[in-house]
Design a protein around this ligand. Structure first.
Ligand SMILES: Nc1ncnc2c1ncn2[C@@H]1O[C@H](COP(=O)(O)OP(=O)(O)OP(=O)(O)O)[C@@H](O)[C@H]1O
Length: 248
């Protein structure tokens, strides 16, 4: 496919991304030329050994960090030429974020945490918008609680509701199940899969866990800052085997 065709058919396109961190201690090439097109409505897991560049890839793709070279096209917009204000606006409009540490605001109720992204764009969400998204993640009746009054799995579901409320084109998840037990992880992963299957959103998830990665339709393997391969519709066993092969 030509680059032009990829631009119009991808929800997210990384084109020749490199990232070099420079410090007094020397420079580290965290990404060495990553090119990948994420199709609309796809669920991609990004895997690789510690230090292979997964978080850097996610940060660059989401405009949280700037690549040293290369381009990032998200929802039709080239991120690398935007200033900080434009990037912030685009993040609020087109992206949702889910982190291992939930990142909820402890002083706010569940309702206000979930309503926050829309309020930040200057839109007051209706009560039914907030209650609908809370019901979607199985948190009916929890709107008035504070995050500390919820279990880890419930807090992560609040974070997912917060990520979903503005109906972003792309959801970025960095180890979203890293702090959760198996059963709770499954609920979170099923919600991410539903975001792609029912709502047509595009999910990019960094994970170390082959069981979590098996929920994705594609696994992208990173090695030493480069894409080392990919696997479509792999089982947890196949993904684990591909990871061990990569680490040999
Ligand atoms: N802010 C930074 N300054 C300097 N080096 C960095 C910085 N962030 C990451 N690195 C280096 O870049 C490389 C890739 O890091 P990155 O965090 O993207 O890897 P990762 O695959 O997400 O690792 P992990 O699985 O351990 O989280 C590593 O060598 C790391 O030490």
């Amino acid at each position: 496919m030509t680059t032009l065709a990829l631009q119009t058919t991808s929800a997210l396109l990384l084109d020749g991304i490199t990232k070099t961190y420079r410090s007094k201690a020397g420079s580290v090439q965290a990404l060495r030329g990553v090119t990948h097109a994420f199709a609309p409505g796809s669920f991609t897991a990004v895997m690789g050994a510690s230090g292979s560049g997964k978080s850097t890839l996610l940060q660059c793709a989401a405009g949280l960090d700037r690549p040293t070279s290369g381009s990032v096209l998200l929802a039709g917009t080239e991120l690398t030429i935007l200033d900080e204000t434009e990037l912030t606006m685009l993040r609020r409009r087109a992206m949702g974020f889910i982190f291992q540490a939930y990142n909820l605001l402890p002083a706010l109720t569940v309702y206000d945490n979930v309503a926050l992204p829309l309020r930040l764009t200057g839109t007051k969400p209706t009560k039914s918008q907030v209650y609908d998204v809370l019901a979607r993640v199985g948190l009916d009746g929890k709107a008035k609680r504070r995050p500390a009054e919820l279990s880890g799995g419930q807090q992560q579901r609040v974070a997912i509701a917060r990520a979903l409320i503005a109906q972003p084109a792309v959801l970025f998840a960095d180890e979203p199940t890293g702090a959760l037990d198996r059963g709770t992880s499954r609920q979170v992963l099923e919600l991410l899969r539903a975001a792609t299957d029912s709502a047509g959103q595009t999910v990019v998830m960094v994970t170390h866990d082959p069981v979590a990665a098996a929920y994705a339709s594609r696994v992208l393997f990173l090695s030493d800052g480069l894409v080392a391969g990919s696997l479509d519709h792999g089982t947890a066993q196949q993904i684990a085997a591909a990871m061990s092969e990569l680490e040999r």
